[in-house]
Design a protein around this ligand. Sequence first.
Ligand SMILES: Nc1ncnc2c1ncn2[C@@H]1O[C@H](COP(=O)(O)OP(=O)(O)OP(=O)(O)O)[C@@H](O)[C@H]1O
Ligand SMILES: [Mg+2]
Length: 239
Amino acid sequence: MIYHEVTKEDVNNMLKCNSITKKYKDVTVVDELSFQVKEGEVFALLGSNGAGKTTTIKMILGLIQKNGGEIEKKQDLTIGYSPETPFFPPYLTGREVLTYYAKIQKITKNTINAQVSELLEMVGLEDSKTKIKVYSKGMLQRLALAQALLADPKLLILDEPTAGLDALGRVEMMQLIGNLKKQGKTIIINSHILNDIERVCDRGIIMKKGKILGTWEREADHQGKSLEEIFVETVGGIG
Ligand SMILES: Nc1ncnc2c1ncn2[C@@H]1O[C@H](COP(=O)(O)OP(=O)(O)OP(=O)(O)O)[C@@H](O)[C@H]1O
Ligand SMILES: [Mg+2]
């Protein structure tokens, strides 16, 4: 029998992607990608449009099949997900949406109301007479975050949670994410807004055409370079 030696690193890992690959016909959009996400960290998937970030997330969530590689998840890992383009039934209110999602997630009936109220307050949508059809982008993104938090998951996956938000909306969203980190959540985040990433993320990978071209760590010595400068240097160039 072969025993796998459990290292300290393994114990801290919440999720490990080993050489995962996704192909659409003969085009490889995620190419033997490997990375690990540690418990309690905010981890960024960075890369230009089409780099394969959303595809990677969808493989982690099991929404699409991979063509190769392995994804190891910590035992009993629960995941909350806020998609790239949140969509909710337009004639419902925020409260009705969360209540509906809570019911399909089998959250204990008598705690649903309290939990929904707490989440609506957290994301600043407690005035919930407003129907989704008149929600602004910022309100939709905040409702999507609340929806991702419903079952109190250990891992949160947020695909572009600040897309389309104005400067204040972005700051507020990143503050919410920072608070969730303080509460012990592990978070994977995709974003093109590198200032936002620098504000709350601990580590990240920079992808292009499904491969890792570089990594970024908040604590590393970047010799005065911003993440934006590092990003442009890393993915820059044609092709
Ligand atoms: N269902 C599909 N069929 C064929 N190609 C696809 C499909 N879904 C994604 N792709 C391709 O896979 C590549 C990666 O797409 P993906 O959505 O993962 O990129 P991304 O990094 O999330 O980009 P963005 O920053 O624009 O959201 C793109 O070239 C895209 O066209
Ligand atoms: Mg995407």
